[in-house]
Design a protein around this ligand. Structure first.
Ligand SMILES: NC(=O)c1ccc[n+]([C@@H]2O[C@H](COP(=O)([O-])OP(=O)(O)OC[C@H]3O[C@@H](n4cnc5c(N)ncnc54)[C@H](O)[C@@H]3O)[C@@H](O)[C@H]2O)c1
Length: 297
């Protein structure tokens, strides 16, 4: 018995990297999988069918069931065809993992409009496109599991990633909205900020072999759990992976307040800000949690 027996999953960007491992893991847990990938370069240029086809062959060789999809998530109609393929091939769409992505990293002052639009189109619009189509089927079925792949770049900020950070933060926002809207229909929507050595991150390791805890396959078991019936009580959450740890992010919330009946003047804000809200200023960026990776003696 697998965690996902009889379920049908769509995994976008599943031809390589983290998505490939998610597709293999979901299939290993019994799901039939639409392996969607346009086989593009890291910055979104070019198309190839080999990555999605290879992952399907790998799933089939392990006794699973999968079909390739070569449609782009950034096109609304094409995204509809990805979802339709799940229904046509396997009879339903129970699980959607929005994982497809590209990067075009540049600092704000070097980023042109095309770089911004291209990255937002795949991550943010692509996540909307597939979910808009899949959610209609899930509502009708009274069941669904949606896992949106976000990133600490959007949750916390990362140098050189205006476009990517914007899109990944938007994915967090849509996750919260959809958890509220779709939860009523038996559909859960959660976000996962994964990590791992893929072509997207290989320059972080300077050509060296990546440590074992950077294996992109380490993200997949958490996604499989969130995609399962057992995770029915997990909705609207932002989870992550760092090293061998799965983590949960705090939802942004007010941590302090300064009050004045009738409101404030700018000068009054300047006079009081430091002593009240100024005591709670928070760092941006993504330093590791000091305890992560440290095993107690
Ligand atoms: N690698 C990391 O450490 C890391 C960290 C945080 C978040 N992420 C996120 O994880 C996801 C997977 O990243 P990865 O590192 O495996 O990258 P990757 O480049 O190895 O894989 C991404 C895949 O998405 C496909 N793709 C791109 N545009 C597409 C489109 N329009 N339609 C369908 N498929 C498309 C690509 O062809 C590629 O195979 C991305 O959303 C990424 O932002 C990765």
């Amino acid at each position: 018995m697998g965690l996902l027996d009889d379920k049908v999953a769509v995994v976008t960007g599943a031809g390589r990297g983290i998505g490939r491992e998610i597709a293999l893991c979901l299939a290993g847990e019994g799901a039939r999988v639409v392996v969607n990938d346009i086989g593009t370069s890291l910055d979104g240029a070019g198309l190839a069918q080999d990555p999605a086809a290879e992952v399907c062959a790998a799933i089939e060789s392990l006794g699973g069931k999968a079909v390739p999809s070569y449609e782009s998530v950034s096109d609304f109609e094409a995204a509809g065809r990805i979802v339709a393929q799940a229904v046509d091939s396997f009879g339903s769409v129970d699980i959607l993992v929005n994982n497809a992505g590209i990067v075009r990293d540049r600092t704000l002052l070097k980023m042109d409009e095309g770089d911004y639009d291209a990255v937002v189109a795949v991550h943010q619009k692509g996540t909307f496109n597939t979910t808009r189509h899949a959610a209609a089927h899930m509502k009708e079925a009274g069941y669904g599991r949606i896992v949106n792949i976000t990133s600490s770049a959007g949750l916390r900020g990362n140098f050189g990633q205006t476009n990517y950070g914007a899109a990944k933060a938007a994915i967090m926002g849509m996750t919260f909205v959809w958890a509220l809207e779709l939860g009523r229909y038996g559909i859960t929507v959660n976000a996962v900020a994964p990590s791992g050595l893929t072509r997207m991150t290989e320059n972080l390791f300077g050509g060296e072999d990546a440590p074992a805890d950077q294996d992109p396959a380490l993200n997949a078991p958490l996604v499989a759990f969130l995609a399962s019936e057992q995770a029915s009580y997990v909705n609207g959450q932002v989870l992550g992976r760092t090293g061998f740890a799965y983590t949960i992010f705090q939802t942004p919330r007010q941590v302090a307040a300064m009050w004045r009946d009738g409101g404030w003047t700018p000068t009054e804000v300047a006079d009081h800000f430091h002593d009240v809200l100024g005591q709670h200023l928070q760092p941006v960026g993504m330093p590791a949690h000091p305890l992560l990776g440290k095993k107690a003696d």
